[in-house]
Design a protein around this ligand. Structure first.
Ligand code: NOJ
Length: 568
């Protein structure tokens, strides 16, 4: 047993996160109470009844801190405040109270790898001399070349281009370089500096004291770096195959876990202990450490998100991840969509092999060339997305949903350049269209008054909504149990009813394109059948609780999932 205070396992709410359905809100694109085109905190509060009607257990809010939005808010100016465009701390408290009142927990996004270049620390670093304590909170180095005119090494940013930016010293002369794994407006912090450690502990306490129930930890695998490493193959610095070693200079280094051991002590000071989930794009074999009880407790598993809609791939991913979770005592996590990837209703409508970033051989050409081009079979994509989601919601572990997927929203391909926001678009012009397409504000109303952005905001949304968003509006689906929204509500409600031991048994199927598993529930078994193939498949005899496509003569059609309860 570590010396940290251990969570009280007798408190039923202490483990709420193990099987939670968590709904991700991208605050600037969710609901806009002051109607200025940017979603805000009071907007979220105004939609608490909607969130409650969905049947989710928690919301995870992407960053809501003051930010210049160089990277959608993941460039944080001040970790202990709210962006004035989104509201105030009082608004935040009111939102937390309203969510808690309907039993929904709140997860905040914490961004420890980098601050924004407008953060007080970075401004102080720029005003201070090389070698100063202020510079030591970041990663500053002298340049190479005769006059320091070259970057210290050739490492690249994962948003494209170099990972070093040169600064002007206080006297105006060209000076040192600072390191940024992401955009140049996101200088990396130096996690060898004790002050950085202390400050994040203060931030964890600040939000925990305000009632936040958990944290999503951005780039959790990137904090510790060996900046002096000489890497032979600089072009491949971010390639996934290098991640398996634990000795990569920039990613997933073993030392990073000492940070999360410190965090866990603080999170366990609270009752119930605050939850945490790591965003760690690491090799599957190295994920468990992030999810250990001495660490963050949970880590995102992106394997299902990266898989094709394919029975074999799904089964392999599920088996491996449940095995890992069982071995470490963590709970597994599942996710298909978030603010960084092409929506799964669109991905599954692309030709097979297009990949999880939605890139075909031509590199997201379909997105660059049009709104909803012919290559995307939106109906098929949505049908498969519902089948995949129904399968996911039946798995042991927690499920992360992304705002708009409950409406069946498709990715938005055509966004005029003047509205684009994602730095990946600008740093990889013509190659990578970026992530704005999944961040377009939600359509609440089908028939907006002129310029009212489908009930989102009165002066047009900060990312323009296409006319076809109308079909997907909440108002269109709200009263229709046969809608995508109706399906999510039913599935989430049943998921609560069916909660049982975190166990799953695969059952044989004659067809290799069909997955069938069962889980023990009160007085029976919960069968889940997903048909990835083309021919209809038989269902076990029992009560069909849910089907993403109506069975015909007892058979489940292609690209569909059914839940069937059988009595003992
Ligand atoms: C991961 C976040 O999900 C993404 O949106 C962001 O750009 C990077 N981390 C950098 O913070």
């Amino acid at each position: 047993m570590p010396a940290t205070a251990q969570p009280d396992r007798t408190d039923p709410s202490a483990d709420w996160w193990r099987h939670a359905a968590v709904y991700q809100i991208y605050p600037r694109s969710f609901a806009d109470a002051n109607r200025d085109g940017i979603g805000d905190i009071p907007g979220i509060t105004s939609r608490v009844p909607y969130l409650a009607s969905l049947g989710i257990d928690a919301v995870w809010l992407s960053p809501f801190y003051p930010s210049a939005l160089a990277d959608g808010g993941y460039d944080v100016d001040d970790y202990r405040d709210i962006d004035p465009r989104l509201g105030t701390l009082e608004d935040f408290d009111a939102m937390v109270a309203a969510l808690h009142a309907v039993g929904i927990k709140v997860i905040a996004d914490i961004v420890p790898n980098h601050t924004s270049d407008r953060h007080a620390w970075f401004r102080e670093a720029l005003a201070s001399a090389p070698g100063s304590a202020a510079r030591d909170r970041y990663i500053f180095r002298d340049g190479a070349g005769e006059n320091g005119e070259l970057p210290p090494n050739g490492w690249t940013s994962i948003f494209g281009g170099g990972a070093w930016e040169r600064v002007s010293e206080a006297d105006g002369t060209p000076g040192q370089w600072y390191f940024h794994l992401f955009a140049k407006e996101q200088p990396d912090l130096n996690w060898d500096n004790p002050e950085v450690h202390e400050d994040f502990l203060t931030t964890l306490r600040f939000w925990s004291d305000r009632g936040v129930d958990g944290f999503r930890v951005d780039v959790a695998h990137g904090l510790k770096k060996d900046m002096d490493a000489v890497h032979a193959d600089l072009d491949t610095i971010h390639r996934a195959e290098l991640f398996a070693s634990g000795e990569h200079p920039l990613w997933d280094r073993d030392e990073v876990h000492s940070i999360y051991a410190e965090w866990r002590k603080v999170l366990n000071e609270y009752t119930p202990p605050r939850a945490a989930v790591a965003e760690a794009w690491v090799h599957a074999d190295r994920r468990a450490k992030y999810a250990s009880p001495e660490g963050l407790g949970q880590a995102f598993n992106f394997d299902l998100l990266k898989a094709d809609f394919d029975a074999g791939q799904f089964r392999e991913v599920i088996t491996k991840n449940l095995g890992e979770a069982a071995a470490t005592g963590a709970s597994s996590t599942w996710v298909f969509s978030n603010h960084d990837v092409v929506r799964h209703a669109t991905r599954y409508g692309l030709p097979k092999g297009s990949g999880w970033e939605g890139a075909g051989a031509d590199g997201k050409d379909w997105l660059l060339n049009g709104g909803r081009p012919a290559e995307v079979d939106a109906a098929l994509g949505l049908r498969r997305a519902k089948a995949a989601t129904a399968l996911m919601l039946a798995l042991p572990g927690s499920a992360y949903l992304y705002q708009g997927e409950e409406l069946g929203l498709q990715e938005v391909g055509r966004i005029p350049e003047e509205y684009r926001q994602d730095p990946t678009f600008f740093r990889n012009r013509g190659v990578d269209v970026g992530r704005d397409g999944c961040r377009v504000p939600l359509p609440w109303e089908a028939a907006p008054a002129a310029g009212s952005s489908f009930g989102f905001g009165s002066d047009g949304a900060h990312l323009p909504q296409p006319a076809w968003f109308k079909e997907y509006a909440v108002s269109v689906q709200d009263a229709d149990p046969g809608s995508t929204l109706g399906f999510y509500r039913r599935a989430l409600a049943l998921r609560h009813e069916l909660e049982g031991p975190e166990r799953l048994e695969w059952l044989g199927s004659e067809d290799e394109d069909v997955l069938h598993f069962s889980r023990p529930v009160d007085r029976g078994q919960w069968h889940v059948v997903t048909n990835f193939g083309t021919a209809p498949t038989s269902l076990p005899e029992g009560e069909v609780l849910l089907a993403t496509v109506e069975p015909e003569e007892g058979k489940l059609p292609a690209d569909a999932t059914a839940w069937v309860r059988t009595a003992l």
